[in-house]
Design a protein. Structure first.
Length: 793
């Protein structure tokens, strides 16, 4: 006879097959979802699944571990929530926590919780959020309600687990959202301890916008034979996202920002715009300036109060403001689905960071615009970005269209001068703004000293780039003036003045022909002029050859640098090798049949061509063809030893943190060695405790807060409490051991001594009656004496 579990599994398979029956469309109907889940999807307004949902949902429903990679805004959240609804089915208070979603930031956890409530409206599942900054007692109460789904950040999750000694054996569905940032942000000890408490037969899912090819960096997540799904890797950015680059001086960036926000040339009116800055001090400075010019804006940075951050994000969501100025640390995890424009006031130092910034725009089929301000020291980072994207940077020509993408151009000097005069007048009259500007500039200097360097190849090409000296205006900004030709001539004249280098030395200034130093310099020029001309000619020839040299971006255009589908991964080598050799053999046979007599020169040319083809066919380069792309996507090779320095994509937005980060080691006189500067001074005061898995963690995770909360409210232990389970097992074991002792004479079920007889004898009853009568008479005598005393008085 079949067990109940087997019957339930067969019923689930039958139900899925019935739901999928006679439905061969590309929508959610063909996935075999439950009616309540499908109803919630339709209520939300989703008709057709996105590519990542179409690939991942069937695999997750089959119970396999998945590592999914797709660009931001492709529907990754729904890709792991929909299978979770199908697996959990309905509310079960007695089962405890059955699914867990771990997010790197508070904002992302709250957004996931909100989306879960909307998408799973008809399932009846209960979810709770455990994040830092909220009341611990409220979170204890939420876990006591036995939610089905727990959404948490790693730090607070471990704190609650240690406080409550919570068991997670009932969890069978675990999701790591934004997995790359989760592992890069330094949550190693928290994740390791949480994973030790999870059952080994759980299903683990990793979702992120970017992941490397190898899964070595993610083995600590405990995946079992995972399926790798990589979508949209070739493009990395939406094809509906337009990239615009404005080359300018660093001092002119603020004027350009005010110009494009004011005249609506690149940014439409009332469109949602996100502005990225390098430090929090620059965020505060820009926020003050834009508010002075009556722009509806707000700011966001890492050290801001959590409630203020939530209020500003909510205002931006409701379109009460249309400009949000942020840093990378603060904006990580903030989901803004209807974003129109992204402005990089400071260009990011990592291509991966650029993808995360601008990937927030052009979501769900909408068009987006990414505008970047490029100064001279940031041009090499722009070349690194285009190496990573596999695209070519375009320079404006006379036939360039104003709507063309990937264009880099300058801003008309007339626009910049007008705004710079206004800003200078504002700084001279507003002392607070002047001090903010000074602090912002100092913080940016710290940022430039600590940001990662660009590649040597990009630095070489940036220094040799001659087109930047006379770069034309960007076509999108050159429209609207009546004197474009005069403006262009003016810009060329100013550029020549900037590049002007006088040939006269200090010895020849105000000197006469009879002076000794003038004659010496003239003789020197006569001797060395030929050598100088030769060096100039060689430099010009080298620059010309470099400009005509094939762009490394174009060398990889016909190379398939990525693996799009994990299904193709198993047979990719055999298929490619077989097809190449078979085509080569066919070409050889045909060439042998059609071979004719040719001249010696033609044969030599043909042999040279064949050798070059064979070289391209069989030559193995010393670096992979997708080196630039994978370097941008990789986390760190050695996860354990390099985790502390893995956070290189997101720079700190405070000067104190940047300085602390630069000071990596410090000499310890007692231990006679260099120690980590962050750990110095904490060793003596920081106490640690050993967990049940043998890991040492800070003792602050374990306090008596949960026990005091239980005593105050007289609450029983939660169902998943390990101590409660152990006590219950001990009591059951004790009663099970003494269950045959009830019938023995003189032995009770609870212990060795006989139970006390509660029936009173005749003498005990008489004795109690006599004592009660004596007490009654004594009280009556006392009352009589008190009355006599009152009468005598």
């Amino acid at each position: 006879m079949e067990s109940a579990d087997e019957v339930e599994i067969d019923y689930a398979k039958l139900l899925t097959a019935q739901n999928r029956k006679n439905k061969r469309s590309g929508g959610f109907q063909a996935m075999g979802l439950d009616h309540n889940v499908f109803k919630g999807i339709m209520k939300k307004g989703y008709k057709i699944p996105t590519p990542i949902q179409r690939k991942t949902i069937p695999i997750i429903l089959n119970g396999k571990d998945v590592v999914a990679m797709a660009r931001t805004g492709s529907g990754k959240t729904a890709a792991f929530l929909i299978p979770m609804f199908v697996k959990l089915k309905m509310r079960d208070p007695s089962a405890g926590i059955r699914a867990m979603i771990i997010s790197p930031t508070r904002e992302l956890a709250l957004q996931t919780f909100k989306f879960l409530k909307e998408l799973g409206k008809f399932t009846g599942l209960r979810a709770s959020v455990i994040i830092g900054g909220d009341s611990m007692e409220d979170q204890f109460a939420a876990i006591h309600e036995n939610p089905d789904v727990l959404i948490a950040t790693p730090g607070r999750l471990l704190h609650v687990i240690m406080e409550m000694n919570l068991s997670l054996k009932s969890v069978n569905y675990v999701v790591f959202d934004e997995a790359d940032r989760l592992f890069e942000m330094g949550f190693e000890e928290q994740l390791r301890e949480v994973l030790k408490r999870l059952p080994s037969d759980r299903q683990t899912l990793l979702f992120s916008a970017t992941l490397p090819k190898s899964l070595v960096d993610f083995t600590r997540a405990g995946l079992r034979h995972p399926t790798l799904i990589r979508l949209d890797v070739d493009s990395k950015l939406s094809d509906k996202l337009k990239l615009t680059h404005l080359f300018c001086r660093r001092e002119d960036k603020l004027g350009i920002l005010l110009s494009i926000l004011g005249d609506r040339s690149l940014v439409e009116e009332n469109s949602l715009t996100l502005i990225f800055c390098a430090t929090k001090h620059y965020v505060e400075f820009l926020h003050t300036v834009l508010e002075y010019f009556h722009f509806k804006c707000a700011c966001l940075y890492s050290s801001m109060d959590s409630e203020a951050r939530r209020v500003n994000v909510e205002k931006f969501h409701r379109k009460l403001i249309n400009i949000l100025i942020v840093t990378d640390l603060a904006a990580r995890g903030v989901d803004i689905p209807l974003l129109d424009n992204v402005i990089n006031f400071h260009f990011p130092a990592k291509p991966k960071l650029f993808v995360h910034r601008v990937g927030r725009a052009a979501r769900a089929g909408r068009r987006g615009h990414a505008i970047s301000f490029i100064s001279t020291d940031e041009y090499a980072y722009l070349l690194d970005l285009y190496l990573f994207l596999g695209r070519s940077l375009q320079y404006p020509t006379s036939a360039a269209c104003a709507d063309a993408g990937d264009l880099i151009g300058t801003v008309p000097q007339r626009r910049v001068d007008d705004e710079n005069r206004t800003i200078a007048l504002l700084n001279s009259t507003n002392l607070d703004l002047e001090s903010l500007h000074k602090v912002a500039e100092n913080s940016y200097k710290h940022y430039t000293r600590s940001r990662p360097t660009s590649s040597a190849e990009s630095v070489r090409r940036a220094k040799a780039e001659t087109r930047l000296n006379n770069l034309p205006n960007h076509p999108a900004l050159a429209v609207g003036f009546g004197c474009e030709k005069l403006e262009r001539e003016k810009d060329i004249l100013l550029a020549n003045i900037k590049c002007f280098r006088p040939q006269t030395t200090v010895f020849e200034l105000n000197a006469k022909s009879s002076d000794e130093q003038w004659r010496v310099m003239k003789a020197k020029r006569r001797v060395h002029q030929k050598k100088i001309d030769q060096n100039k000619a060689a430099t010009v020839a080298e620059l010309k050859a470099l400009s005509n040299e094939e762009d490394p971006l174009q060398q990889q255009q016909h190379v398939d640098a990525h693996v799009n589908d994990p299904v193709d991964l198993t047979g990719v080598f055999s298929e490619k090798i077989e097809s190449k050799f078979s085509e080569r053999a066919t070409e050889s046979v045909l060439s042998c049949k059609k071979r004719k007599k040719k001249s010696k020169k033609q044969n030599q040319d043909q042999n040279t061509t064949v050798k070059e083809e064979e070289k391209e066919q069989f030559f193995i380069p010393y670096v992979p063809s997708d080196l630039h792309s994978e370097q941008g996507l990789s986390v760190e090779n050695n996860f354990t030893s390099e985790l502390g320095s893995a956070v290189i994509d997101f720079m700190d937005d405070e000067v104190e943190k940047i300085q602390r980060r630069n000071q990596k080691t410090k000499w310890d006189r007692k231990r006679k060695k260099f120690v980590n500067a962050d750990d110095e001074g904490k060793k003596g005061s920081l106490k640690k405790i050993r967990t049940e898995s043998g890991v040492w963690i800070p003792a602050s995770y374990k306090t008596d807060l949960y026990n005091s909360w239980k005593k105050k409210l007289r609450m029983k232990a939660v169902q998943g409490d390990v101590d409660q389970q152990e006590n219950t097992e001990k009591r059951l074991k004790f009663f099970r051991r003494n269950r045959h002792a009830k019938g023995r004479k003189g032995v009770a079920s609870g212990g060795k001594r006989p139970a006390k007889n509660e029936l009173k004898s005749k003498m005990q009853i008489i004795k109690e009656r006599v004592q009660s009568e004596r007490r009654r008479r004594r009280k009556a005598n006392q009352l009589t004496n008190e009355k006599k005393k009152k009468k005598q008085k």
